[in-house]
Design a protein around this ligand. Structure first.
Ligand SMILES: Nc1ncnc2c1ncn2[C@@H]1O[C@H](COP(=O)(O)OP(=O)(O)O)[C@@H](O)[C@H]1O
Ligand SMILES: [Mg+2]
Length: 301
């Protein structure tokens, strides 16, 4: 399936700190997400992942660049207004910190049903509560949790509730911003499996944001590695892990611990020294779907 759902072109976003200082959080970022694919966006903390996600969700207005969703230029106010309901329902976002993203004063049933109320969507299963119960069950939780408050749930359960809430809108695009970063490793695996399962059942696209590559390895179809607001490499997941080309990707990969203790003992950490390469260089297509940023290596005297 090759139809493009989201087309991000030269997206740039600055934060103005004062009259002299501005932070270039996202800098000339371009990538596409196809229908039904899970695209992983990976990079260290502060590289601009959340800022990019907020631009894609119309939370921030980008400084420049274009974002086409289903061919609609979502940064054009007129086009946005014309398609407002579709844009607000068919794109859903899950945040890292569900403790603060879920309203602590609402019960789980109300949290899940709220988007249907806001958008005046008739619940397919008769009532808002029955719909909430269905979605909660669907993400692996029992109906007894419907009357609990978020503070009475574990982190993993809160993320399940956030996912159930998003599912009520039958999204075509789910943006998940480090949804497992604050969870224990065993719970992380459960939530990753849930994402994989949901994607295969519903066929929606997912932009899955993470700060380390190990999390996206089994989940994502394609991965983009981000550094200082830009992509440095994008490739199908298997290709990226087998044949990483950019020195920053190699450094990220070398940071993943090996499960085999013998191999772990011989694991060599690679560091990426940006001073050794011309920046930003150019994105070059090495093989179909595998792009890498090429910058001349600087020769040290
Ligand atoms: N609201 C803000 N005001 C000023 N600077 C910000 C703001 N949000 C993010 N930044 C800065 O923009 C850069 C990218 O941040 P962010 O998008 O949160 O990165 P990530 O999600 O990859 O950790 C960082 O240098 C961060 O400090
Ligand atoms: Mg972030």
């Amino acid at each position: 399936m090759c139809e493009v759902l989201l087309d991000v072109q030269h997206l740039t976003h600055y934060f103005k700190i004062n009259s002299k200082i501005k932070i270039r959080a996202v800098d000339d970022l371009s990538f596409q997400i196809r229908r039904g694919e899970i695209f992983g966006l990976v990079g260290e903390s502060g590289c601009g992942k959340s800022t990019a996600a907020y631009c894609l969700m119309n939370i921030y207005r980008p400084f420049s660049g274009k974002i086409l969703y289903r061919g609609i230029d979502i940064c054009d106010p007129k086009a946005y207004r014309r398609n407002k309901k579709m844009l607000q329902t068919s794109r859903q976002m899950i945040f890292q910190d569900s403790a603060s993203s879920l309203n602590g004063r609402m019960k789980v049933a109300e949290i899940i049903a709220e988007p249907m109320e806001i958008h005046h969507i008739r619940p397919p299963r008769g009532s808002l509560r029955r719909e909430a119960e269905f979605q909660l069950h669907y993400v692996g939780m029992e109906a007894s949790y419907l009357d609990r408050y978020p503070s009475q749930l574990s982190g993993g359960m809160r993320q399940r509730v956030a996912i159930a809430r998003a599912l009520t809108m039958e999204p075509a695009l789910l943006i998940a911003d480090e949804p497992v970063a604050s969870l224990d490793v065993s719970i992380q695996a459960q939530i990753l499996n849930l994402f994989k399962h949901l994607q295969s059942e519903h066929g929606f696209s997912i932009l899955f944001i993470a700060h380390d590559l190990s999390v996206v390895k089994y989940l994502c179809d394609r991965v983009g590695v981000m550094y200082r607001g830009r992509l440095v490499e994008t490739a199908p997941s298997g290709e990226l892990f087998e044949n990483p080309l950019h020195p920053y990707t190699k450094a990220l990969l070398s940071a993943i611990p090996c499960p085999d203790p013998r191999r772990e003992r011989h694991r060599v950490w690679q560091e990426y020294d940006p001073a050794l390469f011309e920046w930003p260089g150019e994105m070059v297509e090495i093989s179909p779907d595998h792009l890498v940023r090429k910058g001349e290596e600087k020769i040290e005297n």
